[in-house]
Design a protein around this ligand. Structure first.
Ligand code: 5GP
Length: 190
């Protein structure tokens, strides 16, 4: 019997407030054959986040245990918290021939690209720094101090966008999503 072709990793990164989450949700809606990885994090849930959907919210002890047991495909620490991709779900899905979306930061993305060279890396950009700032304020989940920390980190991430296969400007969610879908379909030869 012919074996199913292995799936690919689709990595979505970009500054806090660039609209990555909205674009991922739209990608999943328009391409139902994609699957989304759910990361583990030690940060506190936001009021609009659902347990085991947005993230697996875990204690630092449990997270470090996952690291120790090599259960994470990649992980990183930022904003005083750990974030990581559980390995088993992703590996299972790739084995079933499914393409898997990872919404992760730049450091994690580059780790993944090293280990999975056929991953497709997208960097989502916001039209301006002011637009990013306004989105973070509107989200209402972080203090001004934490927003400033995220804005500083955004600058560092932006400086690494040349490492990505594609930079996508999120001037409109509909247009940005269409651009990503067109690229994915072309890569699949559809
Ligand atoms: P937030 O706290 O806003 O949900 O996420 C902060 C940052 O962590 C974002 O840049 C997000 O892409 C990144 N992130 C979320 N999950 C993971 C993960 O599993 N691994 C890594 N390396 N970064 C992640």
């Amino acid at each position: 019997m012919e074996q199913a072709k292995r799936g690919k990793l689709i990595i979505i990164s970009g500054p806090s407030g660039a609209g990555k989450g909205t674009i991922c949700a739209e990608l999943m809606r328009q391409m139902p054959d994609l699957v989304m990885s759910c990361s583990a994090t030690t940060r506190q849930p936001r009021s609009n986040e659902r347990k085991d959907r947005s993230y697996f919210f875990v204690s630092t002890e449990i997270f470090l245990e996952m690291v120790r047991k090599n259960e994470l495909l990649e992980y990183d620490q930022h904003f005083e918290n750990y974030y990581g991709t559980p390995r088993k779900f992703v590996e299972d899905m790739l084995g079933y021939g499914k393409d898997v979306i990872l919404e992760i930061d730049v450091k994690g993305a580059l780790q993944v690209k090293q280990n999975y060279p056929d991953s497709i890396l997208f960097f989502i950009e916001a039209p301006s720094e002011q637009a990013l700032y306004e989105r973070l304020v509107k989200r209402g989940s972080e203090s001004e101090e934490k927003i400033q920390i995220r804005m500083a980190r955004n600058k560092l991430e932006l400086a690494q966008r040349h490492m990505y296969d594609y930079c996508i400007m999120n001037d409109s969610v509909e247009r940005a999503t269409r651009e990503i879908i067109d690229i994915l379909k072309e890569k699949r030869g559809q």
